[in-house]
Design a protein around this ligand. Structure first.
Ligand code: FAD
Length: 392
């Protein structure tokens, strides 16, 4: 697509597409290796959670490609994911008791896992979250190995998927008098559009050719969904900048984060390798609410983003829903770090960093991987496109 790769990405981003391409080349290998570690490759989500956005959410995706392979062979899991450590999840009690029970189990699991305090319970009490923390406390949640359920073409689409995207974009309607000038509103749109474009890139990059039966990149599809729209490409890079800055912001505390016993040092070192290549100028979160800073806009932003994470419960394709949950929770974690963490204030540090849960960290790093992979794919598609032009 025709765009200036050396131009900065826009308000808040003092970095260009070329610069991000360079950073990404340096850290891509480490990110990939990190999300394949035992700590980061497992994710818990509830495919049965009720859609609260619409009364009628009938529809189901029967394609094999929409399915998620749930972990059933528990013996193959690392010790800290074993059921006795996780605790029993199916108690025959009232719904409220269930939530409480699984909350306790989750908390004790986290204690044992990471030698942490009662993180899950603390998370329940705080009001800084951009996602619904109950997502990870549900008794119906299943455990999945993300590396065995890649994000790729599933065939999910049509009116059902269109309706989900419409509902997500409809959240971008802030109650500011100066709507057109609101940077927060623009950023909200860019995050959602960047997520949408990143999904479009993955489904085009890992696409099923129904004639040959083989999976691979489909340049025409990519151009139709993403490549022909410079704004969409730029929004993927914008999201990369946001997530990268949130990782940069927690860098000083990485030593204090616990990634579980024997895996701790290896995982921590990989993270430090990645984060040490990032730069503070990549995104300036202080500009976001500066123009018309008003606590109500920030609260509005938080609750609207939380709604986006809830809309994921309405997605009919389980594989899409799972990756939708991973990524919306990842952005929610980034936003919490960017906007609720004030490094100069010890209480805010304790409130945000010390209470980051395992699932937030898993989502955050996997979201970064998704964006990093999208950027790698965009560069590959550019090569394919140039080869095609040369041939013509
Ligand atoms: P859609 O992508 O459904 O888009 C609807 C409209 O939004 C478009 O007509 C266009 O006007 C606008 N639009 C499109 N892209 C952007 C953008 N980046 N920014 C702004 N506006 C835009 N399919 C898979 O194959 N694999 C997946 O893993 C997958 N995950 C999904 C996860 C979620 C949460 C959702 C809601 C859908 C997912 N899908 C997935 C479906 C996929 O996103 C598309 O909806 C589907 O491929 C149909 O595409 P479409 O061309 O009809 O338009």
């Amino acid at each position: 697509c025709k765009m200036d790769k050396d131009e900065n990405l826009g308000p808040g981003c003092d970095v260009s597409i070329s610069e991000i391409n360079n950073i990404n080349k340096k850290i891509r290998k480490d990110i990939l290796s990190l999300v394949h570690t035992d700590f980061f490759k497992y994710f818990k989500f509830d495919p049965f959670k009720k859609c609260t956005i619409w009364e009628n959410n009938d529809g189901i995706c029967f394609r094999r490609s929409c399915a998620v392979d749930v972990v059933e062979d528990w013996d193959s899991l690392p010790e800290y994911w074993q059921p006795e450590v996780l605790g029993s999840l199916d108690n025959d009690t009232s719904e409220q008791d269930d939530a409480l029970h699984s909350k306790d189990d989750d908390a004790s699991f986290l204690n044992q896992l990471c030698d942490n305090k009662d993180k899950a319970a603390d998370a329940l009490a705080d009001d800084v979250n951009y996602y619904d923390i109950n997502d990870f406390l549900s008794p119906d949640a299943v455990l999945v190995d993300l590396s065995k359920n890649p994000e790729r073409f599933t065939g999910y689409g049509g009116q059902e998927a269109g309706q989900i995207w419409k509902a997500i974009y409809a959240e971008n309607c802030f109650s500011s008098d100066e709507q057109d000038k609101c940077l927060a509103k623009d950023a909200f749109y860019r995050i959602v559009s960047g997520l949408h474009a990143s999904i479009g890139t993955h489904l085009s990059n890992d696409h099923l050719n129904t004639t040959t039966g083989e999976w691979g990149p489909d340049l025409d599809l990519f151009m139709m969904r993403v490549g022909n729209f410079p704004e969409r490409v730029s929004n993927i890079y914008f999201n990369y900048a946001i997530v990268a800055k949130s990782l940069y912001k927690i860098m000083p505390y990485l030593k204090e984060l616990d990634f579980c016993n024997e895996y701790d040092n290896d995982v921590k070192q990989k993270m430090i390798n990645i984060v040490s290549q990032l730069d503070s100028k990549i995104f300036d979160e202080d500009l976001m609410f500066q123009d018309d800073w008003d606590k109500s806009i920030q609260d509005d932003f938080r609750s609207r983003f939380k709604n986006v994470t809830k809309i994921m419960d309405c997605v009919h394709c389980d594989r899409c829903k799972m990756w939708g949950k991973v990524q919306t929770t990842g952005y929610a974690t980034s936003l919490k770090i960017l906007f609720e963490l004030n490094e100069a204030d010890e209480t805010s540090r304790q409130h945000v960093v010390d209470h980051l849960t395992k699932f937030e960290l898993i989502s955050l790093l996997n979201t970064f991987d998704r964006l990093s992979k999208s950027i790698e794919s965009i560069n590959n598609f550019e090569v394919l496109y140039n080869e095609r032009i040369d041939c013509d």
